[in-house]
Design a binder for this molecule. Sequence first.
Ligand code: ADP
Ligand code: MG
Length: 462
Amino acid sequence: MNTPEFSCLPLKPALLENIESLGYSRQTPIQAESLPHILEGRDVIAQAKTGSGKTAAFAIGLLSRLDLSRFKVQALVVCPTRELADQVCKEIRRLARFTQNIKILALSGGTPFAPQRDSLEHGVHVVVGTPGRLQEHLQKHSLRLDHLKVLVLDEADRMLDMGFSDIVTDVISHAPSHRQTLLFSATYADPIREMSQRFQFKPVSVSIDTSHHDNVIEQRFHKIDKAHRLNALGYLLAYHRPESTVVFCNTKRECQDVADTLANCGFSVQALHGDLEQKDRDQILVRFANKSCSVLVATDVAARGLDIHDMQAVINYELPWDAEVYLHRIGRTGRAGKKGLALSLCTEAELNRVKAIEDFQTLSARWDEVAPFKLAYEQRFQPPMVTLWIDGGRKQKVRPGDILGALTGTAGIAGSEVGKIDIFDKQAYVAIKRESADKALTCLRNGKIKGRNFNVHKSHWS
Ligand code: ADP
Ligand code: MG
């Protein structure tokens, strides 16, 4: 099916040009269905699976509505988690990257309040935030929504799952009733319909049937003995050698055990669970996304809102009880048209879970062999990139171009050796191809970035 190009939408030429420069040649199905209504100013309730391009749909909608000469909050996006808020913020910034003087601000918990308040005082057009922190700003009057034109509820189903219903209601009560409300969700159950009834006015409802996406994710099931679960996991990783994999466990404890064992066997692995400090969580996600850590072992709770692109595989170390949770897990691979691999380990006693999954998707499971395998301690599975950590960030006015310039300038490292660059408030991370990492490290240590010397380290796990 050929979806329409963006040029058939009534968009400002600069926005259109930027969308095309990002390589978005055609609209995704959910964009094609929802954008005409969004641009007309209608309330829209949109449902499509993760990775279908919902963010750009509402981002393009809200960017089209802004009056940049007025420094008032005109668009608000409410997201369930901080990671999601950060990602949505990034996508909106990408789509607005050539727009002068536009202020887009993330307001999430886990980061200091005062700097957010200061940024708000300077005037902001678009706010992306999590419910709790938004509520706090509204109560303290650092955030006002009197001039709000567009309200977006992203991943509304997750927000309800996480118990944010009352807080979201309170946040919305500060917004003018004459506004556009866009509600996005991966599922379309009764609570979502109710939410729509409460907050939307004559909404247009658009939904993309998920079944025609199914062939993008290859699902394979592997029958194993309980005692061989870890070895079987080692086999799947060694056989498929994915550059990026999320391994799902059902408990926090198991998550840590599995990560520790894999680490001891030379895998590049990190555990992602709810007990981590935000700073460690940020670092882990940076390293996973920039391909200097290949395996993330996670619980469902910790992986909430995780949205990393190009993930090659998802492995269910143990199947969840609920078929819907299974679908949510595997939906993290095979995004935006790329092929993904979903591998699941299953004991005899867990076969009923596979049955539930088959029923839910109306398909029959494909079973594959796990060859005998023993996790050994001398194996090395090295990721393609190494992360260098720089002791300076946004506060020191370090920008990606400065780091790239320092590497490719006098040091003569080819631009193709440099991967993702992530800038935080007080630190920055740059991914370098493993072969060039030492050279890059020496060069950054001896040279200057923005005319200054910064401390630079190889992040200690690499
Ligand atoms: P969702 O919110 O539906 O889970 P996202 O908005 O995160 O999905 O989009 C998934 C990926 O698809 C992102 O990497 C995004 O940049 C990309 N994407 C969005 N729209 C398009 C498009 N029209 N063409 C190509 N890629 C797109
Ligand atoms: Mg989304």
